[in-house]
Design a protein around this ligand. Structure first.
Ligand code: DQA
Length: 144
């Protein structure tokens, strides 16, 4: 099984950006956690980050017929991007939405998520562990 993990804008700044909200662990630390977990549960993983909406769309399109699951934290594009929603629908790959922070307890503008309309599940507020939970979910769901 191949899982694609996609991270949107500013997540490369983890560890530096707003540590009171996102913690002090770095993006490299997140990638390491994801890779180690993939090995542990026996899945292949590719991790991708971009600050550009179109590049994120390209990556989702490229996954068509290649990836078996997508874990996506679209970051700020969660709340604005119909293009990411449409790309997920076009690729048709089971997907889980992840947020490090609990977006439901934050500003009003963070209460909308376009990708949620496609994703099978949303995990928010579990920190980096949310990515690992999403991978476990996709692995289990693929067995059904
Ligand atoms: C985020 C929440 C978004 O609202 C924000 O724009 C981010 C990160 C999270 O992981 O908690 O950049 O997706």
């Amino acid at each position: 099984m191949k899982i694609l993990v996609i991270n949107g804008p500013n997540l490369n700044m983890l560890g530096i950006r707003e540590p009171d909200i996102y913690g002090s662990d770095t993006y490299e630390g997140l990638c390491k956690m994801i890779s180690e977990h993939a090995e542990k549960i026996g899945v292949e993983v590719e991790i991708y980050q971009s600050n550009h909406e179109g590049s994120l769309v390209d990556k989702i399109q490229e996954a068509y017929k290649k990836a078996d699951g997508i874990v996506i934290n679209p970051a700020a594009y969660t709340h604005t991007s119909v293009a990411l929603l449409d790309a997920l629908k076009a690729a048709g790959i089971p997907a889980v939405e992840v947020h490090i922070s609990d977006v439901s307890k934050r500003e009003d503008f963070r209460q909308i998520s376009y990708v949620r309309l496609y994703c099978e599940k949303t995990i928010a507020g579990h920190g980096f562990a949310g990515y690992l939970e999403a991978m476990d979910y996709l692995k289990e769901a693929a067995k059904q």
